[in-house]
Write a protein that binds this ligand. Structure first.
Ligand code: CAA
Length: 240
């Protein structure tokens, strides 16, 4: 059945691929972004997907944004918490700001957004919450104590939601990408990139579409018995 889907950070990178995959599945998609107006406008004109600007780390902004999307497109049946940032530094150099920014955007956002849709999903007797984690939340990563903590946190958060939603037709699952060919990777030096690719048995980065198809699968009405799972998409770089 066609649903209204909301994808945070849905205008660029993995999020853009997810938005487009859900649209291709027949859902009405709304994509949020936080800063890059130019990329968001280009995405909107290329795909016809509506875009909304707010800070997912801000609880009130999330509630207002969800109300607007609901007024425009109807009750949200699928929520994809994808928005994420990095502020890499080893702990001895990490600032409280680098810690807090990553917490707000990657983890508090999942609470802010899920809290905003949960009452409506309970009323609908249907919901799909899909949270994007990372291989580095599963294995840890030098220079990413902040990022890895949020991405591991997302997994515990999701498992708890799975237990709470199961009786109401609401599933919560994690998709955990490895290193994917997006702008986030462009912050890394050539030397670091080469060392990362050397650690991936597949011998290459993943593509955003390869993550999006997992979200599409978990968002389907027919995926109702998959709940609390973590689906890794990492070219065999980390197996758990
Ligand atoms: N393991 C062990 N030691 C390491 C290391 C590693 N992976 N990387 C660096 N070091 C060591 C260095 O050899 C150096 O040692 P010495 O002081 O003895 O020479 C020391 O740590 C300091 O290294 P740097 O000079 O590189 O430190 P820096 O402060 O300039 O940079 C860093 C640190 C920013 C974390 C940088 O190493 C870095 O960018 N690392 C990659 C982090 C990474 O993989 N991020 C993933 C981004 S993509 C993403 O997050 C998406 C996703 O979900 C997968």
């Amino acid at each position: 059945m066609a649903r209204t889907a909301l994808v945070t950070g849905g205008t660029r990178g993995i999020g853009a691929a997810i938005s487009q995959a859900l649209k291709a599945d027949g859902h009405t998609v709304a994509a949020t972004y936080s800063g890059n107006d130019e990329a968001a406008e280009a995405f909107k004109s290329q795909t016809g997907i509506s875009v909304y600007k707010w800070d997912v780390g801000d609880f009130d902004a999330c509630q207002d944004g969800i109300a607007k999307v609901t007024a425009d497109h109807g009750a949200i049946g699928i929520l994809v918490n994808n928005a994420g940032i990095t502020r890499d530094a080893p702990l001895h150099k990490m600032t409280p700001e680098q810690w807090q920014e990553v917490m707000a955007t990657n983890l508090t956002s999942a609470f802010n957004m899920s809290r905003g849709v949960i009452d409506s999903m309970r009323e609908q007797g249907f919901g799909r919450i899909i949270n994007i984690s990372s291989i580095n939340g599963q294995k840890g990563q030098f220079g990413q104590a902040n990022y890895a903590a949020t991405k591991a946190g997302v997994i515990g958060f999701t498992k708890s939601l799975a237990l709470e939603g199961a009786r109401k037709g609401i599933t919560a699952n994690v998709v955990s990408p490895g290193y994917i060919n997006t702008d986030m990777m462009k912050t890394l030096s050539e030397e670091i990139m080469a060392s990362i690719i050397a650690q991936i048995p597949a011998g290459r980065l993943g593509e955003a579409d390869e993550v999006a198809r997992c979200v599409s699968f978990l968002a389907a009405d027919t995926a109702g018995f998959i709940n609390g799972a973590t689906l890794s998409v990492n070219g065999a770089q980390y197996l758990d």
